[in-house]
Design a protein around this ligand. Structure first.
Ligand code: ADP
Length: 589
């Protein structure tokens, strides 16, 4: 076993699938012309394919074709042959005395050797190496069995030279088209993987959808994809092949090593890369590959960034089809795309789980709020009723009267909190939430002003309404709007020092109506403004804290208004005052 390359192993090569039909035809035409025009029975054009030479155009009888078609000749044999050949210009001639002893890879004509000095001997070989622009050997033009029975004369050699040049151009062209076709297949596979990977949150389904594209693009006979579990998300994949836990762990280790070196791992039935694997593990894995009915496998690590998150294994039953450089590099690119898709989908899964946990928590909170407030409501009603009875009892001592009043005030405050909690729970339930209809704002404005009038008078505050004459159309519901405006005006009154003023101003904008509640009170800090509409928020400002409150009023108000398709904004400066703006849609006439 070696780290360099898979050893030679004769198998069959399928020339009919090589390059494209028109390239194959033109090579065949050249081979036929050489034979006919120069006077030989056999002309073969072959191409270097990995570690072998394969025939891609054969001119000759059925026997020649049966022998050479699909044959893989080790390149070592070709190099050995060329090393001992006579130099005839483009052509190299190997006289029968120097022919290699190993003749498994040749077609030998069934003729008797002639007696002349220049007679053609069945073991003679005449071949023209075909090179690319970089001087690399890419194929051969070989001819055999001259009709004359003699070695070619100078005229024939001149003609042969020209055909060799033609064969060289045609072969390079065909090889280029073969590489192009392969790259096209691979990029199509990669494109499909990316398309599936980005279009689906469910990465397992995406991997499944990639199978046909990968099998086709890599001319693989089977494949298996597996993603490794991470801390929170389990493993997955489309394993069409089942192996033991121990083998899976070994593949996983190999995949990590491959990802570390940013390369793929190739195993064949009798070869492995010993820079990646120790011999014992390699033999186990090879046995698994062979037992599964395959002859070679390419292990492609799937990863993103530093992390290897899975593996893709492509299998081939035909060991003669090597995993080309383009395929190996392309597979790594595809695995990177899959890696990104795996990580993206895992992040998505994590987010979705978090969202559903938060939702469950929210539902639980709403249920708790509503249950607790319902359970408190009835006993509170009973306490309030009995306090009223006790308070009405004649001849109560002054102390008792004082206690009854204190208990009544406390009960009223608790009832208000319970009422607010119930409203909040109702607002969070889409079934009980008001969405609003067309109405006139004026009754709600008047009711709000009326409900804070007493408190305002006590603090000697000036309350002003600034609104256009006539009806004030808006979307909402009477009760909800009254609650919102009372809360905002109540706050304006509560958080403004004696002798100040609070204004309610109604302005029509394009398709909205704005109700501004302006005060000259203590103002709200920028940090507090950010959390103003969250439940139970109360300012850190000691002046504000001195006033009684639950921190639920604004949370309720903003939910009511957003139910109508509107919103509440705030503008405030500490010590200067605040403006709360309720923006509501205006109904279309
Ligand atoms: P409550 O007034 O019952 O505490 P709210 O939700 O109505 O609850 O208000 C939340 C907090 O916002 C208040 O505790 C107060 O600190 C601050 N706040 C609301 N309105 C004003 C205002 N007009 N001026 C100053 N601070 C305000």
């Amino acid at each position: 076993m070696s780290a360099e390359a898979p050893p030679d192993h004769p198998q069959r090569f399928d020339a009919a699938r090589w390059s494209d039909a028109s390239s194959r035809e033109s090579l065949q035409l050249i081979a036929a012309s050489v034979a006919q025009m120069v006077g030989f029975e056999v002309a073969v054009i072959s191409a270097v394919h990995g570690e072998h030479l394969v025939s891609v155009a054969i001119e000759g009888d059925a026997d020649v074709r049966a022998t050479l078609d699909g044959m893989l000749t080790p390149m070592a044999n070709i190099h050995a042959e060329l090393a001992v050949a006579d130099d005839w210009g483009r052509f190299k001639f190997v006289p029968h005395e120097r022919a290699l002893a190993d003749d498994d890879y040749r077609w030998i004509p069934d003729i008797a050797p002639g007696s002349d000095a220049d007679s053609w001997h069945p073991m003679d070989a005449l071949l023209a190496p075909l090179y690319d622009e970089d001087g690399e050997l890419r194929g051969l033009l070989s001819i055999d069995l001259p009709i004359s029975g003699h070695r070619p004369d100078p005229t024939q050699l001149g003609l042969l030279e020209r055909y060799a040049a033609q064969a060289e151009r045609a072969l390079l062209n065909a090889l280029e088209r073969d590489a192009l076709a392969q790259r096209l297949r691979l990029s199509e596979a990669a494109r499909q993987v990316v398309r599936f990977a980005v279009s689906q949150a469910d990465v397992e389904a995406a991997l499944d959808d990639c199978r046909p594209a990968l099998l086709e693009g890599y001319r693989a006979d089977d494949l298996t994809i597996r993603t490794y579990p991470d801390d929170t998300v389990g493993s997955g994949g489309t394993p069409s092949i089942s192996v033991t836990e121990r083998v899976r762990a070994q593949v996983r280790e190999l995949s990590h090593a491959c990802w570390g070196q940013q390369r793929v791992g190739v195993l064949t039935d009798d070869w492995f890369d010993d820079t990646l694997l120790d011999e014992h593990i390699a033999r186990t894995l090879i046995r698994v590959v062979v037992d599964l009915g395959f002859r070679s496998a390419m292990i492609v690590p799937i990863g993103a960034g530093q992390r290897c998150v899975g593996h893709l294994i492509l299998f081939r039953t035909d060991r003669a089809v090597p995993w080309t450089r383009d395929e190996r590099d392309g597979a790594l690119d595809v695995a990177r795309d899959i890696g990104h898709a795996v990580l993206t989908s895992r992040n998505l899964a994590r987010e979705q789980r978090l969202v559903s946990e938060l939702r469950a928590l929210d539902t639980y909170k709403t249920r708790l709020l509503s249950t607790v407030s319902h359970e408190l409501k009835n006993p509170l009603g009973a306490i309030a009723g009995h306090l009223e009875l006790v308070g009405a009892t004649p001849d109560l001592s002054e102390d008792t009267q004082f206690s009854v009043s204190a208990m009544t005030r406390a009960t009223t405050r608790i009832s208000r909190v319970v009422e607010d909690l119930l409203t909040l729970a109702q607002l969070e339930d889409p079934e009980t939430r008001e969405t609003g209809t067309a109405l006139d704002l004026r009754p709600a404005l008047s009711a709000a002003l009326e409900s804070v009038r007493f408190a305002a008078e006590r603090r000697q505050l000036l309350l002003r309404l600034d609104a256009p004459d006539g009806p004030l159309p808006a979307c909402g519901d009477e009760e909800g709007l009254e609650r919102v405006l009372t809360n905002l005006l109540g706050n304006a009154t509560k958080y403004t020092a004696r002798g100040g003023a609070a204004t309610l101003a109604v302005t029509y904008l394009d398709d909205q109506v704005e109700i501004a509640v302006r005060d000259q009170g203590i103002g709200i800090s920028p940090q507090d403004q950010e959390r103003l509409f969250t439940e139970f928020f109360r300012s850190t400002n000691p002046v504000a804290l001195a006033e009684p409150g639950t921190g639920l009023g604004l949370a309720i108000s903003s939910r009511i208004v957003s139910g109508y398709g509107g919103r509440i904004t705030v503008e405030s400066e500490l010590g200067e005052g605040s403006t709360f703006r309720v923006l509501l849609p205006v109904p279309t006439p």
